[in-house]
Design a protein around this ligand. Sequence first.
Ligand code: AMP
Length: 307
Amino acid sequence: MKIIHAPSEMQQTALEERRQGRRIALVPTMGALHEGHLSLIRLARREADVVVVSLFVNPTQFGPGEDFSRYPRDPEQDRAASEQAGADILFCPPVEAIYPAGFSAVVDEESLTHRLEGEQRPGHFRGVATVVVKLFHLVQPDVAVFGQKDAQQLSLVRRLIRDLNFPIRLVAGPTIREPDGLARSSRNAYLRPEHRYQAPVLYQALKAAEALYQRGERNAQAIRQAVRQALTAAPDGVPDYVDVVDPDTFEPVERAAAGTLVVLAVRFGETRLLDNIVFDPAGAVSRPAGTDADPASGGPSRPVSRG
Ligand code: AMP
C-alpha cells in the first residue's frame, strides 16, 4: 500500500491511474478505523481497481467546543488495518495542505443540511461538503463509498454528486454493529461504562419502530412517539432529536413508506450517538427516492449503487 501525504501527488497519481484505464474507488474516513470503516474498504475493493482510503480529521466539520482536538487518532493501526482490508493508497494529508493560509472557498448545501444534525451542529455540513468536494477533485474517483450510519451525510453526498455533476457512483455500505446492536463508531470509545451499557437502547428503539411499521403502522407521529418511549429505557440518554424523514430531503413525513428513514441522536454525557433505520429498503429500491442499503438487518446486505 502506498501512502500519500501531498494533495498534488494524490491528484497526479489519480489522473495517471485514470489515464491507464483503471477505476478508482474512494473511501473517506477520519481514521480510528473500526469494522464499519473496514467493511466500506472491502466494499470498495469489489467496485474498482484502485482503492483509495483517505484519512483526515477534518477540522472544519467540528464546531467550537466539539471534540476535534481529542478525536481518537491512531495512524499506525489505521495503516495496518486499511492495508489488510484491501486499500491500495492511503491518503493522509496534513491539515495545512488541505486548508492553506487564506483558504476561503467553501461548499454549502442549502436545503437538507439545515435540519436535524445541521441544526444541532451549525457549520458541520459545510465542512463535510467542502472536504468531500476537495477529496473528489484530488482522488478523481469513479465510485465513492459512504456509510448508511451517517444517513444525512450520505444524502448530502448524493446531492453534491447530482447538483454539482460529479461523474461518480455513490455506493452506501450498511451500518456495522456491535453484537448488542450499538452501531460501531469511533466515538463509542468515549462512553463511560454505565453509558455504554445503556447505549444499545438506540438500536432497540429503531427496531421497535421497524416492528410497528411491519405491523402496518404508517402514522409517522405514532412512530416518533414509540421511539421516544423506547429511549426512556436508558435513564442517562438525552435525545437531541428523533424524526421520521424522507431519505432524500430529510423533511419529516406524515406517512411512513418504503425507504422512509427513522433517525435519532442521543447524548450520553458529552458523547452524542447517531443511528438510523430504513423501512423496508427492499421495497424502496424500485422507488426513485429509495434507500441505499439495509442498515438494520446486520445480515447479508446488498449495497445498492446510486448515481
Ligand atoms: P468517519 O471516520 O466517522 O468520518 O466515517 C467514515 C465513513 O465510515 C463514513 O462514510 C461513515 O458513514 C462510515 N461509517 C462510520 N461508522 C460506520 C458503521 N458502524 N458502519 C458502516 N459505516 C460506518
